[in-house]
Structures are given as structure tokens and as C-alpha cells.
Design a protein around this ligand. Structure first.
Ligand SMILES: [Zn+2]
Ligand SMILES: [Zn+2]
Length: 320
């Protein structure tokens, strides 16, 4: 039986790129400290901030909420709330939604739910039924980001925390390099200051330096509810899946390579950021949400997918 490299309790994890063993307690402490370091390094959170955590019910977003709550519990100058988006997916979201409600109650975190039905007058189930084929992930992601931003602003939050982990970020960086998407590369991880608009709430990724499997282990050790059920409409982006497999293979052969990719992404971002600074962001003509084009992606998507579009009631819910 292996012993923890710090305290000689029974080890449950070996971090290969460090050559160190961890017991449950030292592992959890280490993850929390790394999140703290990431927050400090990228100046993600400052006194006076109100953070809205996008809580989906998966391990990463639940960990984000749990760890932020733990780190800032004793700081009265930082407020943390949670927002869950209900896409209207029967047999999937209704289950996870209940889990999110219970988890927030348990943590004593104010929880808000925004539904596609109420805000956009449609659901993913309805769109899927009408379309019969094609991936739902595109429109679903666009709507979720839109509503999360809108709700966070309504709650006067000045930052949105999302659960992206090291693997997600390394995949995105490689994919953006492959696609030559420099704007996305410039928006790297920490606090993306490239898009600057008073209606646009910046996103932070506190788990940026936590590998996927360590996030899963942290959730397990700390009894954090995490739903592994797959969305019934999950249609995996082929390029992302292949990039993920490729990165996992590389990581097996050269432990630590995901960190190096994320660090490279950070360097690239800081050297090309100025090329995109000052890029005009306007508001959408229809809904008045921030958009780089005349009509935002959400309005375009609504038009495309919801044939009997009910723009009038959807239009500018909050004119701030
Ligand atoms: Zn230990
Ligand atoms: Zn719009």
C-alpha cells in the first residue's frame, strides 16, 4: 500500500508528472490550492465581485460552485450565486435540475433557474421534434450562453464562472490552431478581456488548470453530486472527440503535455491580443443584447429553428 507523499496516510492518487502520491485529504487540499493560485494568477476574482456560477449539474460546474464557495465563504466582499439553464429536455434536465436545487440548498447558495420555454418560448425537445434531424448542440449552446449572460446581468453579477477544465481548454486551443481561429485564441482562458461591452459579462474558468480526471476524483471524494447521464441529443463534435483522444494519448506518453498546451495558448493570446483589442461590439437590432453583427446569433438561430417565432414577447426582456 502506497503512502501519501505529504502525510503518510493511505494514498489514493499518484500524480505522474510530479511523481507524488496523495491521500484523500491532501488531494482535495491540493486541488483547492491550485484553483486559488489560478484565480490569483489571472486576477479572476476581486473584492466587490458578484460571481454567477453556471451550474449544469455535471462534475465540473458543481466543483466550481463548491470550491468557490469554500474559498470565499469567509469573505463578505464576494458574493456567489448559481444559475441553471433549463433547456427543456425531458428525462434529462428535469432530473439534473432537482439535483442542482438540492445542491444549492445544501451549500446555502442563492439559485436561479432560467428556462428556454419562458425566455425563448421554445424548448430543445420542441425544436428537435420539428427538425427531426441535425445536431441540437449548436442552437442549444448559443441559447444557453445568451441566457446565462442575460440572467447574470439581471442579477448584477459582474462575472460568470464556468466549469471548463484543463482538458477542455487544451482541446479548444488545439482546435482553434487547426482552424486558424485567431480571435478565439486571443480570448484565452483566464479573464477574456477581448470582448468588452457593458452588457457582456466576462467569463472566468477557475478549473482552468485542473485535469478532467482530477476533477472527477475531487467530486467523488467530496461527495459532490455529479450527473453522468448523457444528454439524449448529445451529438459529439467529431473534431473535438478526435482531439480529445489524441491529447489523452499524448498525455500518456508525455505526462504534463496538456499543461504545456494551455501555457502555450496563454502566450499566444498575450502576443496577439492587441490585434483584436478595440474590436467594435454593438447591440443586436432585435433583442439589444451584445453582438458583433447587426442581428445576434441567438436571434438568427431563433429565426432559423422556431418557425412560428414569437419575437414580440421575446424582444428585449430587459432594457437596461
Ligand atoms: Zn496526505
Ligand atoms: Zn438578438
Amino acid at each position: 500500500m502506497k503512502k501519501c507523499s505529504s502525510c503518510s496516510n493511505q494514498a489514493i492518487y499518484f500524480r505522474i508528472n510530479e511523481g507524488r502520491y496523495y491521500c484523500k485529504r491532501c488531494f482535495s487540499k491540493n486541488i483547492e490550492n491550485r484553483v486559488k493560485t489560478t484565480i490569483r494568477r489571472f486576477k479572476m476574482i476581486e473584492d466587490g465581485d458578484k460571481i454567477a456560477v453556471g451550474l449544469s449539474g455535471g462534475k465540473d460546474s458543481s466543483n466550481t460552485l463548491y470550491i468557490l464557495k469554500k474559498i470565499f465563504e469567509k469573505n463578505p466582499k464576494i458574493e456567489i450565486v448559481a444559475i441553471t439553464i433549463d433547456e427543456g429536455i425531458k428525462g434529462y434536465r428535469d432530473k439534473t435540475l432537482k439535483g442542482c436545487i438540492d445542491f444549492c440548498k445544501h451549500l446555502g447558495v442563492e439559485h436561479h433557474i432560467v428556462s428556454f420555454q419562458q425566455s425563448l418560448h421554445t424548448t430543445i425537445d420542441k425544436i428537435a421534434k420539428e427538425l427531426k434531424e441535425g445536431s441540437m448542440c449548436g442552437p442549444c449552446g448559443i441559447f444557453r450562453r445568451y441566457l446565462l449572460n442575460q440572467k447574470a446581468r439581471e442579477l448584477n453579477a459582474n462575472k460568470i464562472a464556468v466549469g471548463h477544465n484543463l482538458d477542455d481548454e487544451a482541446q479548444s486551443i488545439l482546435m482553434n490552431v487547426m482552424k486558424g481561429d485567431l480571435l478565439r485564441l486571443a480570448r484565452f482562458g483566464g479573464v477574456p478581456k477581448v470582448v468588452d461591452h457593458k452588457k457582456f459579462i466576462p467569463r472566468i474558468k477557475p478549473l482552468l488548470m485542473i485535469p478532467e480526471k482530477e476533477s472527477a476524483l475531487y467530486a467523488m471524494i467530496n461527495g459532490i453530486p455529479a450527473y453522468f447521464d448523457e444528454c439524449p441529443y448529445a451529438n459529439f463534435n467529431a473534431l473535438r472527440m478526435e482531439t480529445r483522444d489524441f491529447l489523452n494519448k499524448l498525455e500518456d506518453r508525455s505526462p504534463g503535455i496538456k499543461y504545456s498546451i494551455v501555457k502555450s495558448g496563454e502566450k499566444i493570446a498575450s502576443s496577439i491580443k492587441h490585434d483584436f483589442a478595440g474590436k467594435e461590439i454593438n447591440v443586436c437590432e432585435r433583442c439589444e443584447e451584445p453582438s458583433s453583427e447587426k442581428i445576434c446569433r441567438t436571434c438568427k438561430t431563433i429565426e432559423k429553428y422556431v418557425y412560428n417565432s414569437s419575437y414580440k414577447s421575446f424582444k428585449s426582456r430587459d432594457k437596461s
